[in-house]
Ligand binder design. Structure first.
Ligand code: SAM
Ligand code: DTB
Ligand code: SF4
Length: 328
């Protein structure tokens, strides 16, 4: 696994003629993954809104005037009920997200019960709860948590333009605690926040030069009214990410991190089917299904099954132990 990618090499990949970039990304993809399979994941917000952080994209920040209602941490039974429903709908992976800067130690028993329960259903488990101490990571690992999602979100040099209540280094520290506890790392970010091509290069460079996250979500900004970035985008519609540039970002992620699951995450609702098909060709192999992400709308099961059928793609079988299968 190469972690010595230079910025120049990543720039050169972004600059390739589109057909050449797609050919290379698809070749890497086929060599490492079952080429017509996509993992279906379901998200659940287990604690919504009222978050003390100031992430400029997020509807759940206390600074956002988005109308999202703050809730307490859900009960274990209610979470397991939602997980069972997700499984019935064909999901192989269940991701639980909380709008926290960090969990409190008193929350951990409930969180570990959720992990155990979802795992017993045979689904892969993922959580995203903000910063974790080494001891909290260890307790989640002992409960059997497969993945922890903690995004760098953007290039280190662009970080402070998006979030000021924590630093890029804070993010790296939690990632290290997660990795050391033996949990698979899920780490990616958002494009379409008005960043430059250089920032997108810096973003992929940061991911490809750390021990590669086993899972890399690439989100397209969902512009939410009342958030700093949502309002910025409403005022400057030209800042919306170009679909071809989005596909390029997915392709460069696939080439530089050949063994990672690349997740086509938020933002599919406003993406054309052709753009999503190009993302699969570029190496994306996971999507969030259902009609809701955490707080934002999602494409929905009917649209997704129609798209997958059109493309002759099928759902990946659940891999509850979090280990990725080699190519067929
Ligand atoms: N509070 C935790 C944290 O920030 O780590 C977990 C939840 S947070 C909602 C998880 C990720 O969702 C963020 O890091 C960001 O990449 C993504 N996200 C949040 N709002 C988004 C939006 N409006 N559009 C696209 N992605 C978004
Ligand atoms: C990630 O990178 N994308 C997912 C998951 N990690 C938790 C979340 C996207 C959230 C989209 C905005 C919302 O629903 O509020
Ligand atoms: Fe809070 Fe996470 Fe939203 Fe940032 S992205 S405001 S940390 S919920």
């Amino acid at each position: 696994m190469r972690t010595d990618w230079t910025r120049d090499e990543i720039t050169a990949l972004f600059d390739l003629p589109f057909n050449d970039l797609m050919f290379e990304a698809q070749s890497v993809h086929r060599a490492n993954f079952s080429r017509n399979e996509v993992q279906l994941s379901t998200l659940l917000s287990i604690k919504t809104g009222g978050c003390p952080e100031d992430c400029g994209y997020c509807s759940q920040s206390k600074d956002a005037d988005s109308g999202v209602k703050a809730t307490k941490l859900m009960d274990v039974q209610a979470v397991l009920q939602a997980a069972a429903q997700a499984k019935d709908h064909g999901s192989g992976r269940f991701c639980m997200g909380a709008a926290w800067r960090n969990p409190k130690d008193k929350d951990i028993p409930k969180l570990t019960a959720m992990v155990k329960g979802v795992r017993e259903m045979g689904m892969e488990t993922c959580m995203t709860l903000g910063m974790l101490t080494a001891s909290q990571a260890k307790q989640l690992a002992d409960a059997g948590l497969d993945y922890y999602n903690h995004n760098i979100d953007t290039a280190p040099e662009n970080y402070a333009n998006v979030i000021t209540t924590r630093t890029f280094e804070d993010r790296m520290e939690t990632l290290e605690n997660v990795r050391s506890a033996g949990i698979n790392v899920c780490c990616g970010g958002i494009v379409g926040m008005g960043e430059t091509r250089g920032d997108r290069i810096g973003f992929i460079h940061a991911l490809a030069t750390m021990p590669h996250p086993e899972s890399v979500p690439i989100n397209a900004l969902v512009p939410v009214k009342g958030t700093v970035l949502g309002d910025m985008l409403a005022d400057t519609p030209l800042a919306k990410i170009d679909e071809i540039e989005f596909v390029r970002t997915v392709a460069v992620a696939r080439i530089t991190m050949p063994h990672s699951m690349v997740r086509l995450s938020a933002g599919r609702e406003s993406m054309s089917e052709s753009c999503q098909a190009l993302c699969f060709m570029a190496g994306a192999n996971s999507i969030f299904t259902g009609d809701k992400l955490l707080t934002a709308p999602n494409a929905g099961d009917d649209k997704d099954s129609a798209l997958l059928a059109k493309l002759g793609m099928k759902a990946m079988a659940a891999q509850p132990h979090g280990h990725l299968e080699a190519a067929e």
